[in-house]
Design a binder for this molecule. Structure first.
Ligand SMILES: *Cc1c(COP(=O)(O)O)cnc(C)c1O
Length: 273
């Protein structure tokens, strides 16, 4: 079955949706989005994703054309049309069409259902490698459509035999290009709390780990990677993915550790899969 999308009031197969050429997302890179999954026919952590989408829109001065209550039935309609219990949703909001190519008149809102592209299984078994990059995302707490940094680094990531990049600035780490980062230090779970996109998966893992770990949400130094027994990254699509090498530094013994595995299992149980 085709995947369906909603665009400014109409529901259509995704491949038939077109956005006009004066859209500020295209002309000025002015846009934000959110991305979430359904598990067993239900949108996972919908309240948290919607709250973030709403906050991002506010931060970008884009009035949401739909309320949460108006959006949910549309979401369920798109899900039903896909014929699948497990799909991805991408909500995209741009500055809309601008006659003078700068003023915001009416934002464009797109809601697309998509097939899920799971992370290859070997990455969970062996862990991933990341390169380091001296960078901090602009308006980091907003899920903007600006990923040009990682797109420019794509070649360097591949050349290093790595899968992603860890951003750091002034000796402080923040996050990967599209996911958050955690350090395991014995019984402590440490994760940066500034210059990041506040991931729903990050929040979920903190909640699931609270009873068994001492949680530290605080600025984290690059040098602390030397002390970590494990490092992992979290996102909607990656869930809990171990990182075994950062730049030239193997994390601990360079193997996937037990805490990453345990938290992944706990997360999957929480999703009901
Ligand atoms: C989406 C994203 C994350 C992870 O957020 P989730 O809600 O867990 O998917 C982290 N950092 C960046 C830059 C992102 O775009």
């Amino acid at each position: 079955m085709p995947y369906y999308g909603y665009f400014n009031g109409a529901i259509q197969p995704v491949d038939q949706i077109g956005v006009g050429i004066t859209d500020l997302g295209l002309l000025r890179g002015y846009g934000l989005f959110d991305y979430f999954l359904t598990y067993n026919g239900r949108p996972f952590q919908w309240d948290l994703y919607w709250a973030r989408f709403e906050k991002s829109a506010g931060r970008m001065n884009l009035p949401l054309p739909l309320t949460k209550e108006q959006t949910y039935p549309i979401l369920l309609d798109l899900l039903a049309r896909s014929g699948e219990p497990n799909v991805a949703f991408r909500f995209i909001m741009t500055g809309g069409y601008a006659p003078d190519s700068i003023s915001i008149v009416t934002p464009n809102l797109l809601m697309l259902s998509e097939p899920i592209h799971p992370v290859p299984e070997w990455q969970y078994e062996r862990g991933i490698q990341v390169i380091l990059d001296d960078y901090v995302r602009e308006t980091a707490e907003v899920k903007t459509t600006d990923y040009k940094r990682v797109m420019l680094l794509h070649g360097a990531i591949q050349a290093a035999g790595a899968q992603d990049v860890l951003y750091h600035k002034d000796g402080e780490i923040s996050e990967l290009s599209r996911s958050n980062v955690f350090l395991v230090m014995g019984n402590r779970l440490v994760t940066p709390n500034r210059n990041i996109l506040y991931g729903v998966t990050r929040r979920t893992i903190l909640d699931l780990a609270r009873d068994d770990f001492q949680i530290e949400e605080r600025p984290v130094l690059l040098s602390e990677l030397y002390e970590a027994s494990e490092v992992f990254t979290t996102s909607t699509n990656k869930k809990v993915l171990p990182i075994v090498r950062i730049g030239n530094l193997p994390i601990a013994d360079g193997q996937v550790g037990p805490v990453s595995k345990q938290l992944l299992a706990r997360f999957m149980a929480f999703t009901g899969r």
